[in-house]
Ligand binder design. Structure first.
Ligand code: HEC
Length: 170
């Protein structure tokens, strides 16, 4: 009687072990699912303080044609916040940078009393919207040697917007 019980329990135990083994064999308990690495966001245009070496340099950005953008002056005003540390749009108000009053249509380096770099003064072109669009993407590329310590606006829509704002600042 005692013996039988023992056998029985042994049989049960081994059966259970087998069942467990079978179970484990067919379906290995999945280890904790690997946590999907959070996609690293592309770094947002950090504004370097110093004039950066123009890495993406002179190569005109393909497919960014000023004519294909419509500037929004209201949005441009917000973009201009980045310029405001150095520029005012008020007439005659020079700061670290020259006044940008009636910028579109005037000559480069033409603000009386502002001490431009030779590079900016000697550029000798009219600030058309198209020129501004190129300049503002990478000032150092358009005017090599400019003392404007600003890396530029990579986003073409931001450039179109800020140009729209500069045409009629409010
Ligand atoms: C850190 C200060 C600083 C910031 C920020 C800055 N600028 Fe300038 N900017 C200057 C200086 C200084 C000059 C004069 C450059 C020279 O003489 O080489 C200049 C020159 C210019 C000129 C040429 C003006 C002329 O009369 O020929 C334009 C246009 C201009 N900046 C637009 C902008 C816009 C638009 C922004 C914002 C998107 C901006 N700047 C941000 C300092 C700055």
């Amino acid at each position: 009687m005692r013996f039988d019980t023992k056998r029985l329990s042994l049989a049960l135990a081994s059966g259970l072990a087998l069942a467990l083994a079978a179970c484990g064999g067919s379906e290995t308990p999945a280890p904790a699912a690997p946590v999907e690495a959070a996609p690293v966001e592309a770094p947002v245009e950090a504004a370097p303080v110093e004039t950066p070496a123009p890495t993406e340099a002179a190569a005109p950005a393909a497919g960014t044609d000023y004519a294909s953008f419509t500037g929004d002056a209201a949005k441009g005003k917000r973009v201009f916040a980045a310029c405001q540390t150095c520029h005012a749009v008020a007439e005659g108000k020079n700061n670290v940078g020259p006044s940008l009053y009636q910028l579109v249509g005037r000559n480069t380096g033409s603000i009386e009393g502002f001490k431009y770099s030779d590079a900016n003064k000697g550029k000798n072109v009219v600030w058309t919207e198209e020129n501004l669009f190129v300049y503002l993407e990478n000032p150092q590329a358009f005017i090599p040697g400019t003392i404007m310590a600003y890396p530029g606006l990579r986003n073409p829509q931001d450039r179109a917007d800020v140009i729209a704002y500069l045409k009629s600042p409010t």
